[in-house]
Design a protein around this ligand. Sequence first.
Ligand code: AHR
Length: 499
Amino acid sequence: MPRAHIELDKQAVVAPVRRRTFGAFVEHLGRGVYTGLYEPEHPSANDEGFRMDVVELVRELGSTTVRYPGGNFVSGFRWEDSIGPRDKRPVRRDLSWHSLESNQVGLDEFARWLKLTDSELMLSVNVATRGILPALDLLEYANHPSGTALSDLRIANGTREPHNVRMWCLGNEMDGPWQTGFMTADGYGKIAARTAAAMKMADKDLELVVCGSSGSGMPTFGDWERTVLEHAYDHVDYVSCHAYYQEHDGDLGSFLASAIDMDYFIDTVVATADHVGYKKRSNKKINISFDEWNVWYLKEHQESGDVNDVWRHAPRQLEDKYTVADAVVVGNLLMTLLRRSDRVTSASLAQLVNVIAPIMTEPGGPAWRQTTFHPFSITSRLASGEVIRPVIETPTYETARHGEASVIDAVATADEDRAAVFLVNRDLREAAQVTIDVRGLGSSRIAEAVTLADSDVYAKNTLADQNRVTPSANPSATLADGVLTIELPPVSWTAIALR
Ligand code: AHR
């Protein structure tokens, strides 16, 4: 049996646990909005047409900030289409996902939905195919209290109080040739800087996110961030990172170690941003908004040509069904984001409902939790106070994609009177015994120990079997003389709450 030992010391603080680490993403894509959040005919729908069964699950998920309305969608979006009387809103073609957008849900409705879920709105503006003025108009409509044309229009449309959106994304994945209106780093950097500067003339306290690379595999990765930040450094607050992982060619060992790539990605972007900052003799630090991350079976979607030939409204797109192994990876990626909370100060699981999502729905039918729902929800519930950097002694294994990987990975959080430890065992066959010295946390009691694992690592939750995979109490956890001992099944994710 592989054995690992972890030392935790409350003094080894990385940064505060940031609630925005538990952000999510809702794009007008497939059934993310229509028949996902919004389905007026559904038995659980409220007066506004929002599915309350989904609202309940979102609250249980514990997501915080929600990025909206895209994604690739935003690069063809005219925000003005989605406000005002619903019967006057135009139907448009969305070129990025090759579908029809009815605009029946727009900014005002979505903001009201967010209130039901106690979440914060993070808005993307279309810098790809529009300009500075439409971005300023949206800002005025969303945030100005009253007494101007667009703030009064918002009030006339039924929203008296401003939405007061703090975080704004300056476009989406502008380096990707799939993006409507994609740009070079130099072209985008200049536009982003000018748009950001103008938005800050309206409100200097906005938090603005400039697009980084759409993945660390992009040929321009690194150079893109450097060039864009050379233009926009003084005007923005965050640079974005996007990363999706999947199992390739049956190589589960590499897939389980995906968090190594995320770490490398963060290191590189932080180094690049700091390089630009030092060159500019700036005291300011640019942090990371990891505003798209998840497991996504992208290769399969691309190969199956999962794009509509016919223009349909809310087609089934990107409805990945997640396995136990996927949930272990998602749990591990979230652990990595927490461990990097010194510089990753906002993140968004992509996405929230139906589209590569932790929550699935059936039109007219139930809503249920995917496997990946569980590590996210439990981590959001248990992580509090400060992130603690663990010292981990663990066996390692070789992976084809990421080199040497730890069998056991961990992160901890600690508050005044409670602490939590999150763990994965990446071993494909064997359970691991882990001892954790928790004396440095001042913890003396296990309040909860839950593990997500299954004898079939490819087991999924489906419409027919919605609770096939759920976390269960781990009875092996004991705590004596300040040392916690626990057995972790192969390919598993675990959370331990301590008092
Ligand atoms: O999340 C799905 C898509 O992935 C987003 O629209 C885009 O930004 C990314 O490529």
